[in-house]
Design a protein. Structure first.
Length: 530
């Protein structure tokens, strides 16, 4: 994307004011011009009719027919002519004349002689247009309307004509008294007036805009420039530990903004100081969590196959920790040459306390089982040990089983943990559901229940923590036991080291891009027999 050319506020404001001034001049000048033009036209029209009526009233209509028929002039004729000449000159009329209209043309009776090309008595002339002819005959009504007639002629130019009837003593119209006004002359007068008005308006607007711009420049633009300069130097001032200094006294929102910027500078300094301390603390905690993660991981068996010389079974386990240090753990160990113990557990809570509680629980469970206690006895003993001095209220769910690798017979105890999945030949994996005992470190003196099971060669047991079934997608839907059993049966013939990655892949595909909130821990034991 190309960089857009920047324009300062003052330049934008100046351009806007110039545009506004031009727009106001144009709009005001246009409105004034139109109104003045029509007012002047009406004024001239009224003036023209006054002169035409004056001439019509002054003339004796009984004499008109005689002058037209004989063509002879007498003293009265010249009296009227002198009247027309004087009035035409005084009123600045273009033409001032009297004529008799006929069907085909008109005949002049009087015509003011102050203009070049005047017409003598008896001169015939065609009507300028059908419009002129219609207007002439319209005034011969007894009460004719006074309506100015506009017309253009090659000889007389663009004129506005006013007609008034001349009546004889019998009250009949015998002639027409006419006044012609020059439209270009009217327009020149109007244009001159408009020019004066426009110049005056432009001058007033220019002065007003200049005063307004100077006020805006002093009270808004200049303070904004100061704010821009100060904010631009804020980072440098932070590095130099120098506070910004803004002295703006406008008494309005600009001053409030300046005070806010000064306060922001102070708050930012305080925030950076606090952030530095918090960051250092988080880095320290992060380093400790990394150490705890490594310690937790090192506590779990990670070498597979764990007992390469034993052909009676196949075993694989897996743990994917969440972002925080969790409390999931698994374990397996030989109690003697014919028995193996399997442990799957989940400590409540997160972080370093959960990791420490996990380490203690793991060691106590392994010690109790290796001492020859049954799963129920081992859990009962560990329960008492963990409750002693457990002020944090932490607890751990445990599934513990001991399997005789000679016969496939096993004894399991479940202390509030997830249901195991058992694969039987011919039917596949199914959840083995029964009533759990309470979690360890919750109630003292619990007698944990044991459950017996038997594995035939080729059969397996799959145990896990709730991070598997409670994995959540973007719609807040859980992965659940049904999907788990489905993926287990889809890979029922897979070896444990292949089955666990297949389950993890299914979980990843289900949750998508959603973050992992809990540890995902799994263990699969397949019995092969002797």
């Amino acid at each position: 994307m190309k960089n857009r050319k920047k324009t300062s506020i003052s330049k934008r404001l100046l351009n806007s004011l110039v545009f506004l001034a031009i727009l106001l001049v144009i709009l005001t000048g246009t409105l004034v011009s139109v109104q003045y033009y029509y007012s002047q036209l009406n004024m001239y029209s009224e003036r023209a009719f006054e002169y035409s009526r004056t001439a019509a009233d002054f003339i004796d209509g009984d004499t008109v027919e005689k002058y037209v028929e004989t063509g002879e002039k007498d003293d009265y004729y010249y009296t009227v002519l002198e009247f027309l000449n004087a009035t035409q000159k005084e009123g600045d009329l273009k033409y001032y004349y009297v004529f008799v209209p006929y069907e085909d043309d008109l005949v002049y009776v009087w015509d003011a002689t102050n203009v070049e090309g005047y017409c003598e008595l008896g001169t015939h002339e065609n009507y300028m247009s059908e419009k002129s002819k219609a207007a002439t005959f319209e005034i011969f009504r007894q009460d004719p309307p006074e309506k100015i007639s506009f017309q253009t002629d090659a000889r007389y130019g663009h004129i506005a004509s006013a007609y008034s009837p001349v009546f004889n003593s019998a009250g009949d119209p015998v002639a027409v008294a006419a006044v012609d006004l020059s439209i270009p002359n009217i327009r020149r007068a109007v244009l001159y007036y408009i020019l004066i008005v426009v110049i005056s308006i432009f001058g007033i607007i220019a002065v007003a805009m200049t005063l307004y711009y100077s006020q805006v420049e002093r009270n808004i633009i200049k303070p904004i420039r100061t704010l821009r300069k100060s904010t631009a130097e804020m980072i440098k001032n932070l590095e130099r530990d120098k506070k910004i200094d803004i002295n703006i006294k406008t008494g309005d929102e600009i001053e409030e903004l300046a005070n806010a910027v000064v306060k922001m500078d102070g708050d930012l300094r305080e925030y950076i100081s606090e952030l530095s301390a918090v960051t250092a603390e988080k880095e320290r905690i992060g380093a400790e969590l990394n150490v705890a993660n490594r310690i937790q991981a090192s506590m779990l068996p990670r070498i597979f196959p764990p007992f390469p010389d034993r052909k009676e079974f196949d075993l694989h386990a897996f743990m994917m920790p969440a972002k925080e240090v969790g409390g999931d753990f698994y374990d397996f160990f030989m109690t003697d040459k014919d028995h193996i113990a399997l442990v799957m557990a989940d400590v409540s809570g997160k972080g370093i306390p959960a990791a420490l509680f996990m380490v203690i629980s793991k060691v106590l469970i392994k010690t109790s089982v290796q001492a020859g206690l049954s799963p129920a006895e081992a859990l009962s003993k560990v329960n008492s040990q963990l409750l002693d001095g457990n002020d944090t209220g932490m607890f751990v769910t445990v599934w513990l089983a001991v399997i005789d690798i000679r016969t496939g017979e096993g004894i399991a105890a479940n202390a509030g943990h997830e249901h195991p999945a058992l694969k039987k030949n011919g039917t596949g994996y199914e959840m083995v559901k029964y009533k759990h005992s309470p979690a360890i470190s919750t109630i003292d003196g619990i007698n944990f229940t044991e459950h017996e099971f038997r594995l035939e060669p080729g059969e397996s047991v799959f145990v896990y923590t709730d991070g598997v079934t409670e994995a959540t997608d973007s719609n807040l839907e859980l992965f659940g036991e049904e999907r788990l059993v489905e993926i287990l049966n889809r890979n029922s013939d897979a070896a444990p080291e292949d089955l666990l990655p297949a389950v993890k892949e299914a979980i990843d595909g289900f949750v998508g891009a959603e973050p992992q909130f809990d540890d995902i821990t799994m263990l699969c034991f397949r019995y092969k027999g002797l």
